[in-house]
Design a binder for this molecule. Structure first.
Ligand code: HEM
Length: 133
């Protein structure tokens, strides 16, 4: 079975790096005054560096080529800032709102399904760490 040309275009290319950066920028601007998420995110001191790192993270998750070589330790870092199911729900709701305001429904749904997968995974790993302590 051969791929149609359109199947080879990855989500990163369909969305574009500028839109990824815009979503990330707006999401973390909103986080800083969010009723429940601002507190855990007070551990972030260099917002431009955080946004750049997360912009690259999403770019790669969406299928783009990495532009830097960040080392990530998401499970440990989230555990350290008190990640839990409720905060994850709030995070996802805000992320969805920002996606909706910048992308069409199809691209929003595709990006958001990756959010759901990573969120589930973080939660499972986080619960594992909780049970060890
Ligand atoms: C699907 C949901 C989420 C994704 C995809 C995600 C993704 C990430 C990634 C990739 C990093 C960088 C980790 C590293 O530098 O190794 C990060 C950092 C961070 N995340 Fe999340 N996150 C999610 C949900 C949350 C939630 C619910 C919270 C609230 C507690 C949170 C709080 C943080 C904080 C405070 C940092 C900065 C940690 C530091 O640099 O010390 N995240 N996140």
């Amino acid at each position: 079975m051969s791929l149609k040309p359109h199947d080879r275009i990855c989500l990163a290319d369909l969305i574009g790096r500028d839109a990824v950066n815009t979503v990330v920028d707006e999401f973390y601007n909103k986080i800083q005054t969010h009723p429940t998420l601002a507190a855990p995110f007070s551990s972030v001191h260099d917002w431009p560096a955080h946004k750049e790192k997360i912009g690259d993270f999403w770019w790669v998750v969406l299928g783009g080529k990495p532009q830097t070589s960040y080392k990530y330790n998401p499970v440990g870092k989230h555990f350290a800032v008190g990640f839990n199911a409720k905060l994850l729900e709030d995070w996802k709701q805000l992320f969805k709102e920002v996606l909706d305001s910048h992308l069409d429904q199809e691209l929003t749904n595709k990006w958001f399904s990756r959010v759901q997968m990573i969120g589930e995974n973080l939660l499972t790993q986080n619960e594992r760490l909780n049970n060890e302590n």
